[in-house]
Design a protein around this ligand. Sequence first.
Ligand code: AMP
Ligand code: MG
Length: 407
Amino acid sequence: MLSLDEAREVVLAGCTVGHPRAMPLADALGLVTSVDIDAAEAVPPFDNTAMDGFAVRAADTSSATPDTPAHLTIVGTLAAGAPPDLTVGPGQAVRIMTGAPLPVGADAVVMVELTDGGTKSVTVHESPKTGAHIRRRGEVLSTGQPLLPAGRRLTAGALALVASHGYGQVPVHRAPRVRTLATGDEVVPPETTPGPGQLRDSHTDFLLAAGRSLGLAFEPLGIAPDREADLDRLVARGLEADVLLLSGGVSMGEFDLVEGVLGRLGCTILFDQVAIQPAKPLVAAVHPGGLVFGLPGNPASAMVAFWLFVRPALRRLLGHTDAYWHGALAAELDAPLPGAKGRDRFLPAEVEIRSGRLLATPVAPVGSHDQATYAKGSALVRIPAHSSPAPTGSPCEILPLVDWRLP
Ligand code: AMP
Ligand code: MG
């Protein structure tokens, strides 16, 4: 049986980053740049003022103090957006507003707070340094300098930056199309009242929400009965997507038909067991058009399999360069942690930040059907295989289920 890390490597090796495509900015949040993006213009594009005040020649006011102010003649006003068609001559000043272009001849701006004056002349009480409050053309970026490197997640700030350079579209890796299909004769839609022996599907809503947390809209194909003909038809539809997320039907029972269906439809099974608890009977497969996961039916197992395998695979397809356990954080136990036998165990944990420390309170579930406990955690705590119980205060490794770096 593959270890977690071995199985993860096998899955990630089967992930090909999405082809580059141009995406309108409004649809690009959370996607990843496919090429370096350069500054289309100098920033600022022209010399302008950082303050409301008066554009002056610094030499004219070099001896100005509150007791011996300088008196200048106002020759005009420049608002933001005005053409820079005024000139400041000796003894003159131009009234100027933040963002307005610097008039010809001026080499400093005096803040309005340090002046007195009417409409015709201004009294300056302080001597500005040459260049004071002037934002010079290109001082932030010159044309052609790098704006965003390839492989960068597009946050709100990154999109604002790209917009300010006139890019209406941004080159990104195409997001994977993902479909979901729950399986099981006993599984009914959540809005249905289950009959004897039936239970409500919780996987579909979990997967759709978990997909949204990655910025992806999964397409649900519903619930398939445990019958080969129905499964073949629905799984074939699922395989048209880049990633198919099946759930249930991967254990050792007589009606666990998923692996057989995948084989018939031309998929190559990568593995059908991983040394983890929960989610041991996880199936991963590839086919020429993409990737398939057969998530275990138990709700906690399906969740853990998603966080440990599906999320890193989708992140890789999206073009993110970090992966799985690199996203894990060092934390401190705020409650004792049980040990593990031959498989890495994952327990849900509440994580709290107290005085700058990350404190994890793991909660032991009743079993892999205990969705209530797994649904509470904001992280998973890893208990490495063969480890002994650890007391409160020991270091631990957590995998956040919430992406704290989201824009
Ligand atoms: P299976 O892997 O099909 O043997 O399912 C294992 C367990 O998970 C069984 O108790 C199923 O009833 C349960 N299960 C399977 N699919 C779902 C689902 N979509 N939602 C909730 N429980 C499920
Ligand atoms: Mg089943």
